[in-house]
Design a protein around this ligand. Structure first.
Ligand SMILES: Cc1cc2nc3c(=O)[nH]c(=O)nc-3n(C[C@H](O)[C@H](O)[C@H](O)COP(=O)(O)O)c2cc1C
Length: 283
């Protein structure tokens, strides 16, 4: 059975690199918004000692262009397809989910409730999930921000409104300076991803796995099979690869092999058997 591997939204362009997308069990699109968006001005990416900063700002073609020009090509990849939905109001989420609900190629939605690079949506995460739930019967994965005091409370709230699963975690706000002490990103602040995020992601998955009984896609700094196994041990049922894909597009095959080896070393025939082993209160 194994642990399904996904890409983290925004970290793989499947149309530019279809051979990479085919190494995954599920491909997740970059976040789609109802209207086209140019995103934030450059510089939008900066590498730091322990991770990467980005301030892409939900650049994308918009819903109509996505449906007309990308969806058929993505479904032809033969990999299961999730669409990441974003927006600035409950209505935005409802419109996109309703439109894509008709598309058989889309097997689930990931609701980006937590982009650090746009102004906060006025509605709460739970209200956005409720709006999406009213618009589709497809599975909904709520992607939450790690930057909240009580992520377990958010997890309970979105599940109560109809989320079928959680995606944990999005990036967390960070800032890097250049030699002249000026911010390296044009917008100064961006989303911080990569190795530094792993302990934060582990804590968030651990907290949510204890709070709700739904599938969790774990992500944040996964670069090795052991990283993936750790996310499973704290409660993830699948794992997404993000920043690692920029440096190592072939990471999925390597991580799958390492995951099996690391699980076997610890006595698990299937890495998924380790699920929840590290959740306090489990056996
Ligand atoms: C360049 C870049 C673009 C991203 N774009 C999106 C996006 O469109 N939607 C989204 O939900 N998350 C987006 N993310 C966040 C990732 O999906 C993921 O949650 C985060 O990077 C943590 O995983 P990692 O440490 O393995 O990269 C983006 C991350 C990066 C680095």
């Amino acid at each position: 059975m194994g642990v399904p591997l996904l890409n983290a939204s925004g970290c793989l362009d499947a149309l530019a690199a279809p051979e990479v997308a085919r190494t995954l069990d599920i491909f997740v699109t970059k976040t789609i918004t109802p209207s086209p968006r140019r995103g934030n001005p450059p510089v939008r990416i900066a590498e730091t000692e322990h991770g990467m900063l980005n301030s892409i700002g939900l650049q994308g073609p918009g819903l109509d262009n996505f449906v007309d020009h990308q969806l058929a090509r993505l479904s032809a990849l033969g990999t299961e397809l999730w669409v990441s939905i974003g927006g600035f109001s409950a209505d935005d989420f409802a419109v996109s989910c309703a439109r894509l609900d008709e598309e058989d190629a889309v097997t689930a939605f990931e609701l980006n409730l937590s982009c650090p690079n746009v102004e906060e949506a006025p509605e709460t995460a739970a209200a956005l999930v409720a709006a999406a739930r009213g618009a589709t019967r497809k599975p909904l994965y709520a992607k939450l921000s790690p930057a909240q005091w009580d992520i377990a409370a958010s997890a309970r709230a979105v599940v109560a409104e109809g989320a079928d699963g959680l995606s944990l975690v999005n990036t967390i706000r960070g800032l890097a300076l250049d030699e002249g002490l000026r911010p390296r990103l044009a917008r100064a602040v961006g989303g911080y991803s990569g190795p530094a995020l792993k302990p934060i992601a582990l804590a968030c998955v651990h907290a949510c796995a204890s709070a709700v009984d739904v599938p969790i896609v774990g992500m944040g700094g996964v670069a090795t099979g052991l990283d993936a196994l750790e996310l499973v041990a704290v409660g993830a049922s699948s794992v997404a690869l993000g920043t690692v894909l920029f440096a190592d597009p072939a990471a999925a095959g390597r991580i799958r092999d390492e995951l099996a080896t690391e699980a076997a070393r610890r006595g698990f025939d299937d890495p998924l058997d380790a699920r929840g082993r590290s959740v306090v209160g489990s056996e």
